[in-house]
Design a protein around this ligand. Structure first.
Ligand SMILES: *Cc1c(COP(=O)(O)O)cnc(C)c1O
Length: 375
């Protein structure tokens, strides 16, 4: 987390332990803290504070949006992409079983969506288009402003999962006419287990969690005040430092990318180089198993992942790389490296040296595999 966040959270575990729904002074203090945090969250995406609903994170926000379609009896079609986060895809799968029609857009071989496809697929049955801003595995940036314009002109709701872009790319939900947007605190150096869903005033969707009627009845359950306070500060710091942070990460990323591609043979970058977020790299190293590589790097205190972190233990090949049409060999040999704002150039240099050495060793153990080039 950013320096200073924890100190601001601690009072809400201690002497300011009021329930924000209580009307006594202690409760009001908590309630005021939540209001302040909502302002800070709204500031990140240029919404109104009352359009921000706190959730337990990106997963819950995405689940809420997709499940909300069941509140519309006349429209039963959703357009999304094949490379969305599983919290969108699995919610869609569930709706499909209940008779809804879902279109999963394909991406190009460098991981991009063509907005024109969306325009052609919208029918009078289409209720929602949900396209992520930045992909979590390959960092590709989708043209959400354009997609949103198309949806707006055809009277279809537009939702974007902006968990990976928030704080890295400027987002303006008013200017971009976005109806719903997902945010998560721990992806912007805030505490885990808290996030938000922006819902534009006037957009009606069903609550996902019901009970005591907190947050205008939209999302019940006593608020996790300390986490919300921490999330608010993370939003503030991230908004104020967006340029500085992305410049820093971009410098490290470009260095790392250049060195890896030039020093390690039979290496490919997955996903476009140009329309890519500042902190993400995804490589395939022919002849090397991605998981073996991760375990070796781990021994050197370098922590990277295959596909998405949430999936590393299910042994399923990345649905994102599959959707790009990459070969099994290329998917199997892929790893994702993400750079944080606290990383340094010295660490990048260390990564290059260690990575090169480990890959040479792993390839030495299986030399037959990289006799031919790969697609
Ligand atoms: C991490 C992530 C999520 C899930 O967010 P949590 O807060 O971890 O539930 C959703 N979408 C994307 C793109 C993510 O990277």
């Amino acid at each position: 987390m950013y320096d200073g966040i924890l100190d601001e959270m601690i009072p809400f575990f201690k002497h300011q332990y009021g329930n924000p729904s209580s009307i006594h002074k202690l409760g009001r203090l908590s309630n005021t803290a939540i209001k302040k945090a909502k302002k800070q969250i709204a500031y990140l995406i240029n919404s109104k504070p009352e359009e921000i609903y706190i959730t337990s994170g990106g997963t819950e926000s995405n689940n809420t949006v997709i499940n909300s379609i069941s509140c519309n009896k006349y429209k039963n079609h959703i357009i999304t992409s094949a490379i969305e986060h599983d919290s969108v895809l699995q919610s869609c799968k569930k709706l499909e079983q209940n008779g809804f029609r879902i279109t999963y857009l394909k991406v190009s071989d460098d991981g991009l969506i063509d907005p024109q496809n969306i325009a052609e697929l919208i029918t009078d049955k289409t209720y929602l288009v949900s396209i992520m801003h930045v992909n979590n595995e390959i960092g590709t940036i989708q043209p959400i402003h354009k997609i949103s314009e198309i949806c707006h002109s055809k009277n279809v709701l537009f939702h974007s999962d902006a968990v990976q872009s928030a704080g890295k790319i400027n987002i303006d939900v008013q200017n971009s006419k976005i109806d719903m947007l997902t945010l998560s605190s721990h992806k912007i150096n805030g505490p885990k287990g808290v996030g938000a869903l922006y819902i534009k005033t006037g957009v009606k969707i069903l609550p996902f969690i019901m009970g005591g009627g907190q947050q205008n009845g939209f999302r019940s359950g006593t608020e996790n005040v300390a986490n919300i306070v921490g999330f608010g500060i993370a939003c503030k710091l991230t908004t104020d430092n967006i340029l500085k942070n992305s410049t820093h990460c971009n410098t490290l990323k470009n260095y790392l990318s250049y060195q890896i591609l030039h020093q390690i043979p039979y290496t490919k970058l997955n996903g476009t180089q140009e329309l890519r977020v500042s902190n993400n790299l995804n490589f395939s190293f022919l002849g090397v198993n991605g998981e073996d590589l991760i375990n070796k790097l781990d021994e050197h205190e370098i922590f990277v992942s295959t596909g998405s972190a949430c999936k590393s233990n299910t042994k399923k090949a990345s649905h994102v790389l599959k959707s790009m049409g990459l070969s099994y060999e290329r998917i199997n040999s892929s790893i994702r490296i993400t750079i944080g704002i606290h990383n340094t150039m010295d660490e990048m240099k260390y990564v290059v040296v260690v990575l090169k050495k480990i890959i040479e060793e792993l390839r030495h153990d299986s030399p037959f595999k990289y006799k031919y080039d790969f697609k």
